[in-house]
Design a protein around this ligand. Structure first.
Ligand code: HGY
Ligand code: MN
Ligand code: MN
Length: 416
């Protein structure tokens, strides 16, 4: 039943202003609204968030993994905090809402708690997690991995194409990589993690609903595939004497699509979004192709099965074409199912706000990492035409405000 009177009703105009302010702190030489992590635009957006949190009297800190945290003490300081978070970094050519509305939601709820002079039982932490999107280091959810001690030393040593080492990037953002292990949060250190996010898909819009209660989040397995052939002259090399890496890579990419198009017990998706041809000359037979592939599903076994089939397919392409093909696992995140008590609480908060349905998330989130140490809950708001990770990404500010209100109601329900 939708109830109107609610003390923490969010301020839609302020939410709009936050989103539009952050949309200006982007790399204008790139398409869409691009704010990649470890760039000056990312540092500017962090400064703005820090100032907003300070202005409203939150205790502001940067943790060892460089996550920005704004804290409001609770009446019962012995209780573990409730955490509301998301990310403000974007994909290349991204939109203005992915991740950003989750951090703005936390900020707005904190501001409304301060304005209404409310004291929750639990401490409240608002978090902007560093680098949720796949970074130039080949790793995603860097800050939330660090918070739950899921960043390996190998990951911290990784270099990006500019030569920056991940642990130095974390230090530049104010973190202390050497302390990540000992300062990590463990089971029981967070009472509940809540995240508001755009759906990034078509389900809410197709069902004409304003709010989605997330029941599960897919796991993601990412691999870097290297296909080695032999570069040669495109004109003088007969077709039967070529070791052309690109047709070999193309066969493998089509195999990924065909395998993922089969029907399984759970939905499976597979994508190759990033590919480099070397030496990339129009009159040179490609000697080497490097591409990143990812598969996603709510079932880990399915992803393992599909990767095994793909690696086998790679072996037959290798021997048929005289190429060498390697698969290097970049990262794996576990699928998670939201626990029923949290689903019930979040569903209640949503149903008091607007028309609601339950659905799984095909996108990965920082919640995948927080689920290792705490119960997690997520709320989705509609994405226009189901679009995301592109400049067309759009959610009306009124819809964002409904999500913020549902999140605030869920927070109050859980806190009591
Ligand atoms: O790729 C994802 O699922 C998320 O947007 N990082
Ligand atoms: Mn994203
Ligand atoms: Mn996101």
């Amino acid at each position: 039943m939708i109830t109107k009177d609610f003390q923490l009703k969010p301020n839609t105009a302020r939410i709009q202003n936050d989103i539009e302010t952050l949309a200006k702190l982007v790399d204008l030489t790139k398409p869409g609204w691009t704010r990649r992590p470890f760039t000056r635009w990312y540092e500017e957006s962090r400064e703005w968030l820090k100032n907003e949190m300070t202005k409203y009297g939150l205790e502001v800190s940067i943790d060892s993994a460089s996550n920005l945290i704004g804290r409001i003490p609770g009446k019962e300081e012995g209780l573990a905090p409730i955490m509301i978070g998301s990310h403000t970094d974007t994909v290349m050519g991204g939109g203005r809402f992915d991740g950003i509305i989750g951090v703005v939601a936390g900020l707005e709820i904190a501001r409304r708690i301060k304005e209404e002079n409310i004291q929750l039982r639990h401490p409240l932490e608002i978090v902007d997690f560093t680098a949720e999107e796949p970074s130039e280091f080949g790793i995603s959810t860097i800050g939330s991995r660090g918070m739950v001690n899921n960043l390996t030393d190998d990951m911290l040593q990784r270099k990006d194409p500019s030569g920056l080492i991940l642990k130095e990037g974390i230090r530049q953002m104010g973190g202390h990589p050497e302390r990540i292990r000992q300062q990590a949060r463990n089971e029981g250190d967070v009472a509940l993690y809540l995240e508001l996010h755009i759906e990034q898909g078509p389900v809410l819009e197709q069902n004409n609903k304003k709010l989605g209660v997330v029941t599960g989040i897919v796991g993601i397995q990412r691999y870097r595939v290297i296909v080695e052939g032999r570069p040669n002259h495109a004109g003088t090399t007969p077709m039967n004497m070529r070791l052309d890496a690109l047709p070999g890579a193309s066969e493998l990419i089509l195999a990924l699509e065909n395998i993922c198009n089969e029907t399984y017990s759970e939905q499976v998706v597979g994508t190759v979004g990033k590919l480099n041809v070397e030496p990339n000359g129009s009159n040179v037979i490609p000697g080497r192709v490097v591409f990143d592939l990812e598969i996603r599903s709510l079932e880990t076994e399915l992803m393992e099965q599909i990767m095994n089939r793909l690696i086998e397919r790679g072996q037959s392409i290798e021997s048929l074409r005289g190429l060498s093909i390697s698969f290097d696992c970049l990262s794996k995140s576990e699928p998670i199912r939201v626990n029923s008590r949290v689903i019930d609480t979040v569903k209640k908060g949503c149903e008091q706000t607007a028309e609601t349905i339950t659905l799984p998330s095909g996108a990965g989130h920082d919640a995948n990492q927080l689920a290792k140490i705490a119960p997690i809950g997520m709320i989705f708001v509609p994405s226009k035409d189901g679009r995301s990770h592109c400049p067309e990404e759009w959610t009306s500010y009124e819809d964002v405000a409904l999500g913020v209100e549902a999140l605030a109601r869920s927070l109050i329900l859980f806190d009591n």
